[in-house]
Design a binder for this molecule. Sequence first.
Ligand code: ZN
Length: 240
Amino acid sequence: MRYAIIADIHGNLEAFQTVLADIKTQNATHIVCLGDVVGYNANPKECLAIVREMNIPCVKGNHDEYCSTDDPLEGFNPHAADAVHWTREQLSEEECQWLRDLKYTRMAANFTMVHATLDAPQRWGYVFDKLAAAASFPYQNTQLCFFGHTHVPVAFMRDTAVRGGTYSKFKIDPSKKYFINVGAVGQPRDNNPRAAYVIYDMDAGTIELRRLDYDIATAQKKIRAAGLPERLAERLEFGR
Ligand code: ZN
């Protein structure tokens, strides 16, 4: 089985369609999503409709939560908050209910899926370093767990200590545990504007990060036409 693992689509239809086309060429047998289908970019409804039509198993991201509720936007920067307000106006009650029903963690095959962290998935902490990864590992009951939220693809590994770093393709060592960020489809933040996702080949025991050029100009045009903050259009071409 070959799993395509995607995260942080964030309403970026151009990036999402490009990733889906690549997934086809990669002969993936399954697709799962680590949350944040909506928020930031201009096509939340369209991206959500694709995830639902394709029956892609999905966990809840912070934007999925805040865009589908009236919760106060604590911890959001002003641009992100503007995008949440805009997205709330786009989504129907039925779409919001679907987002609200998402779970914080779930299993697929032999791995765990979570948006942010396993130690407190509903608190939306950010795992950028091995200290934060070390807090999550004790709650990880599977050898592999995939996460999103930071939009920065990094793999953490635990044996006697926790180590971490960037990756492109590696083979899983059966004696170690892995906590792997798959990067973002719709708003990469590692200074690389190309859409990111992972292919996990269960039989070969390999993890491969895919990076794809997509039609950034069209995604930006839509953000500007929607009246979303200019900063959200700009950042796509810089990947930050
Ligand atoms: Zn996100």
